[in-house]
Write a new protein. Structure first.
Length: 401
């Protein structure tokens, strides 16, 4: 298994900056309370953005800690599984050796039985000929052969010969029968053993393959967690940069000076809030993201966004602060508002019945953009599309569950 990189134990960069900035806000508010001055609307907006950033970085820190803990547990589990896999591999090697030995013994037994069968076949004709000859001599058989000789000396020789032949025939038949019976029993035992060992081998292989799959799955999870941790660190870094800009602007506002850069351009990036974004309307998603085929059109349409069920006239809110870059009527989407959130991130709101914003205005999170209307088919709905890096993404993956 490839070695994993060491896990960082410290907090995500940016959380300390967020806390320092929050403390700075409290100090600035204290100065204003002492002087009797009320914070400006712009300063209040910057403070709200700062608080959102602080809260979100804290959530990212918690998520990073949970990911690190989960990764450590997974790595420990992978080490245990890898040890089990090594044990299974050793067991399988022993079983394979046992199976090979049993198979070899069975093959030797089969070869020996075949040799005995060939010997029996070779002798069978001689034995059968002797049996036929004895049968022709009638019931007395060996006795008739004995009495058919003339002198006593010949009778004795024939008697001994007949006894020897009869005894040898009996012994040969009995030995052959017993040997074949023993071989058959041994062969049956080996065949049973072969089946048992093969079953053990199959079970061991299945167990090892299951461990391989589990380890591969756990390793993939670790890689996924690594990716998520890298992304979390990146998002925290983006928030830290935004916090630094906010801190500079807030310090200038608190001192009564005009900020070096326009505070209207200050905003938090959208990406760090993935999964925590409030939807533009509270209704259920009725048309999911992706290609769809509305029956009223009879053709396939590309679905770059989603549709929410709404009550006509209910407010439609901006999901994140940004600048309204387009307001107008678009074919198939009705009255559409496009909000830019910076870094090539845009949100689109269609099927609006009325507008509450105009092009060029900056809006805060949850600012009302207009009211809900109906889709081209007459169904009360709001079209919502989210573009990241200029490309449509599934908004459900970005909205709060």
């Amino acid at each position: 298994m490839l070695p994993r990189r060491a896990l960082p134990d410290g907090p995500i960069t940016g959380l300390g900056a967020a806390q320092d900035l929050h403390h700075g806000l409290l100090a600035a508010r204290g100065e204003q309370q002492q002087t009797g001055a009320s914070p400006s609307a712009e300063q209040q907006r910057v403070e709200r953005l700062t608080q959102r950033a602080t809260d979100r970085v804290r959530v990212l820190q918690t998520e990073a800690d949970e990911l690190a803990s989960r990764e450590r547990a997974l790595l420990e589990e992978i080490r245990r599984l890898d040890s089990d896999r090594q044990i299974k591999a050793e067991e399988l090697a022993v079983i394979d050796g046992d199976l090979a030995e049993t198979t070899g013994q069975l093959e030797d037994m089969t070869t020996r039985m075949a040799g005995l069968e060939r010997e029996a076949d070779a002798q069978r004709s001689l034995v059968e000929a002797r049996l036929v000859a004895l049968y022709k001599m009638g019931a007395p058989r060996y006795a008739r052969l004995l009495l058919g000789v003339g002198d006593l000396r010949a009778i004795g020789r024939n008697y001994r010969l007949i006894g020897s032949l009869a005894r040898r025939d009996r012994e040969q038949f009995e030995d052959h029968r017993q040997t074949m019976a023993d071989l058959q029993a041994s062969r049956a035992t080996l065949e049973t053993r072969q089946v048992e060992v093969a079953a053990l081998r199959d079970a061991a292989r299945a167990a090892r393959q299951a461990l391989d799959r589990t380890i591969a799955s756990q390793t993939a999870l670790v890689e996924e967690i690594d990716t998520r941790r890298d992304l979390t660190a990146q998002l925290a870094g983006e928030l830290e940069a935004a916090q630094q800009r906010l801190e500079t602007a807030l310090a200038e506002l608190a001192a009564g000076a005009s900020p070096a850069a326009s505070t209207t351009a200050l905003a938090l990036p959208l990406r760090p809030f993935r999964g925590q974004i409030e939807p533009p309307v509270p209704g259920e998603v009725t048309v999911p993201f992706g290609t769809r085929r509305p029956p009223e059109f009879g053709t396939t349409l590309a679905g770059g966004g989603i549709e929410f069920a709404v009550t006509p006239g209910e407010p439609v809110y901006a999901i994140h602060e940004g600048e309204v870059v387009s307001v107008g009527t678009f074919e198939g989407l009705g009255t559409l508002v496009i909000v830019s959130h910076g870094d090539q991130a845009f949100s689109l709101y269609g099927y609006l019945a009325a507008l509450a914003v105009h092009e060029g205005v900056r809006v805060d999170q949850r600012a009302e953009l207009g009211t809900a209307g109906v889709s081209p088919t007459g169904t009360p709905a709001v079209y919502f599309e989210l573009r990241i890096d200029g490309l449509p993404v599934d908004p459900v993956e970005w909205l709060k569950p």
